[in-house]
Design a protein around this ligand. Structure first.
Ligand code: BV8
Ligand code: ZN
Length: 241
């Protein structure tokens, strides 16, 4: 990172795990997907077929997100943005913990769970308001249903966000990949884009992932422990130079 002026940090649910938010594929089998299969709930079809079940699942997740605080991993990344002004955070997470840790200009590839939108007229409301409205899901004045502002399977990613993340991955010196199983595309493809462009890839993950072989360096462990240590190490290096 000392030599790498342009750094992209790409994160997944693993970085929020130590904040108490369940990941999608928890090894203890407590992951969201173990109990709720993705095709059951995180799709437009599921919302059309069982809107109340999908709404309740997201409301349950939102309560966890709302109660969570950023952990040492989020804070370490936020501290780097002060040191490396061009550092860009690209996340698959919808919890906004990066922003709450102080990271600015975060690229959210899969939307966010803090706002809901009407599936008919697109009107947006804060999730904090939507969960207190009558109805599961609550109705918009136009008669449409409110849904979480996240990207579901089968839905395209917000174009501007993905385009920006793709350009950054293709042009960075270092891609730091934290807490993602690297299974969901096109987001996971950003790792391959960076590798193909000759970027250094550093992986921070408790486990091996299908894209671990692309990593120049792997730190096998919890993000909340590894990232602050990396930050200290880097500080020592930079202050010595
Ligand atoms: C699309 C928001 C175009 C919603 C999410 C067949 C083959 C290839 C692709 C496909 C296919 N069939 C369908 C597709 C496309 C599909 C896809 O990739 N499916 C996968 C399952 C194969 N993709 C899509 O549909 C995307 N859209 O392609 O549009 C299109 C348009 C129309 C028609 C066709 C195509 C949209 C995908 C977005 C879905 N939305 N999230 C919500 O939150 O509910 S995905 C969700 O899961 C996340 O956002 C993330 O992207 C993904 C994976 O989760 P992770 O973040 O990686 O978390 P996970 O639990 O999996 O892993 C955690 C990792 O951290 C683990 O490695 C763990 O070991 C580690 N860890 C745990 N604790 C810690 C830790 N590491 C460090 N420290 C810790 N403490
Ligand atoms: Zn509406």
């Amino acid at each position: 990172m000392r030599e790498a002026p342009t750094i992209v940090v790409f994160t997944g649910a693993g970085i929020s795990q130590e904040s108490g938010i369940p990941t999608f594929r928890d090894e203890e089998g407590r992951g969201l997907w173990e109990r709720f299969r993705p095709e059951e709930l995180a799709t437009p079809e599921a919302f059309a077929a069982h809107p109340e079940v999908v709404w309740r699942w997201y409301r349950w997740r939102f309560e966890k997100v709302r109660a969570a605080s950023p952990n040492a991993g989020h804070l370490a990344i936020a501290s780097w943005q002060a040191r490396f002004p061009t550092l860009l955070v690209v996340t698959q997470n919808v919890d906004r913990l990066h922003q709450r840790a102080g990271s600015r200009d975060v690229v959210e590839l899969h939307g966010d769970l803090w706002t809901a939108r009407c599936d008919r007229c697109g009107r947006e409301v804060e999730m904090t308001a939507a969960i207190d409205m009558p109805g599961e899901p609550p109705r918009c004045g136009c008669g449409g249903r409110y849904r979480p502002n996240v990207v579901w399977f089968g839905e395209t990613l917000p174009y501007a966000a993905f385009e920006r993340a793709h350009r950054a991955a293709a042009g960075c010196d270092l891609l730091l990949v934290v807490g993602t199983s690297a299974r969901v595309y096109p987001a996971a493809g950003l790792i391959e884009v960076a590798a193909a462009a000759g970027s250094a890839i550093v992986e921070v993950n408790r486990d091996e992932t299908p894209l671990s072989p692309l990593a120049t360096r792997t730190f096998r462990g919890a993000a909340g422990a590894v990232l602050p240590r990396l930050a200290d190490e880097l500080e020592r290096w930079l202050s010595r130079s």
